[in-house]
Design a protein around this ligand. Structure first.
Ligand code: COA
Length: 379
């Protein structure tokens, strides 16, 4: 096989059709089932977006009310999951906790081995409702705080923040969180979604596919980038007393030095978007609101300084993880909980793709070009 036929990283390879979302790098646009993600983020709840991704259309008022009632009734942390989490060390990565929790939820689900479309949708809805408690409880146990029980009078985003912090979040914070969930929900054949589809293509079960997807999402070249962005901010140093301009100058100097050392700076660049990530302006709008709400202009200075220096040196644009990281930080989440929050959002997209893959399945099994030693014999 010749060199040219090997497409390393599958770059540029179209592996299948999908009707779930359309990424258009030329126009920097992203459509979920035909709707621009910016419009959904401006007008729709995360619950509505989940139903859109699964069903192909926005829900009727009755469908939405039924799903909201189901979600509110299924939020409590499963006792088996809590037991499994409590067995895990406090210094393990929270993505390991998320991965383990989904595996336990799969083993415990009464329809675990039923892959009918009805069972798959039921399992997707259960995971959607159950996962926030995993993230919230894991953060609390690491802070030596007790589990907070869910509240059925709150919507998904309000309740996620309630279970995480044990107090009701301000409407501004709830809205920024909702926007992040909508933007993180789906993004075509990214590495974790493709992983989920590969696993599904062997006719394995939905929870196995999501567990594998979480493993792919953990890496800093994918979802782990939102945490890595915060580590960059921490390395530069967050100084609350500093002005926006002072922070921007320090951030610029840091970036110039990092690029001179040929470092890859997380939160910038994208395999598909080469002129900017379609989701960034909306997420940056949410970050701006958090910066104003918490009165933290120095965070904007750090953000702008890094972005400008990267643009001047390499013209590489930020991706969604760049504004999402500092947004979650301002809300009060610990840095290593950022990627588990991404899981909670992407469960929607992954499970929509799992159902799509199963409905028109073909085993995903590429070829490889051998470049090892020539045939030899044992003598
Ligand atoms: N920091 C510094 N340089 C970067 C960069 C970054 N974040 N992203 C890309 N580049 C540079 C590469 O070093 C390469 O330079 P070279 O041609 O001099 O070697 C050039 O830009 C092309 O990048 P490449 O790595 O080929 O792009 P890719 O499509 O393979 O990679 C990513 C895409 C996302 C893996 C890459 O941009 C990256 O590692 N970004 C940081 C991780 C991140 O934020 N991931 C979240 C994605 S949503």
């Amino acid at each position: 096989m010749s060199e040219e036929e090997v497409r390393k990283g599958l770059a540029g390879v179209i592996a299948d059709y999908t009707a779930v979302s359309k990424v258009n790098p030329e126009s920097n646009s992203l459509l979920y089932r035909g709707y621009p993600v910016q419009e959904l983020a401006a007008q729709k709840s995360f619950e509505e977006v989940a139903l859109l991704l699964w069903n192909g259309d926005l829900p009727t008022p009755t469908e939405l009310a039924d799903f909201e009632a189901f979600e509110r009734a299924n939020r409590a942390l499963d006792v088996r999951v809590k037991t499994a989490i409590d067995l895990l060390p406090l210094d393990c990565h929270p993505m390991d906790v998320g991965r383990t929790a989904v595996s336990v939820l799969g083993a415990a689900h009464p329809q675990a081995e039923d892959s009918s479309p009805e069972a798959e949708l039921a399992k997707a809805k259960s995971l959607f409702a159950q996962f926030p408690a995993v993230v919230a409880y894991d953060q609390r146990r690491r802070r030596n705080l007790a589990l907070v029980e869910p509240r059925a009078d709150l919507n998904y985003s309000q309740n996620f923040l309630w279970m995480s912090f044990g107090e009701e979040a301000a409407p501004e914070v709830v809205d920024a969180f909702r926007v992040s969930m909508v933007l993180y929900a789906e993004h075509s054949f990214n590495a974790s979604t493709f992983t989920a589809r590969v696993i599904t293509s062997t006719l394995s079960d939905l929870h196995s596919a999501v567990t594998g997807a979480i493993g792919a999402l953990k890496g800093p070249l994918h979802g782990g980038a939102n945490e890595a962005v915060m580590h960059t901010f921490d390395e530069i140093g967050i100084r609350k007393e500093e002005s926006r301009e002072e922070a921007a100058a320090r951030a610029k100097a840091w970036m110039e030095d990092a690029l001179a050392q040929k470092k890859k700076v997380m939160g910038f660049g994208h395999r598909v978007y080469k002129h900017g990530d379609s989701r960034v302006p909306t997420m940056k709008g949410a970050l701006d609101k958090m910066i104003a709400y918490f009165d933290r202009p120095e965070m904007l200075g750090l953000y702008d300084g890094l972005e400008q220096a990267m643009d001047e040196a390499k013209a590489i644009k930020p991706n969604l993880d760049y504004p999402a990281g500092p947004t979650y930080h301002l809300m009060g989440f610990d840095t290593d909980m950022f990627t588990p929050i991404f899981i909670a959002a992407r469960i929607t997209g992954w499970t929509a793709h799992i159902m799509e893959q199963r409905a028109a399945n073909s085993l995903i099994r590429p070829l490889s070009a051998y470049n090892g030693v020539d045939e030899r014999h044992l003598g």
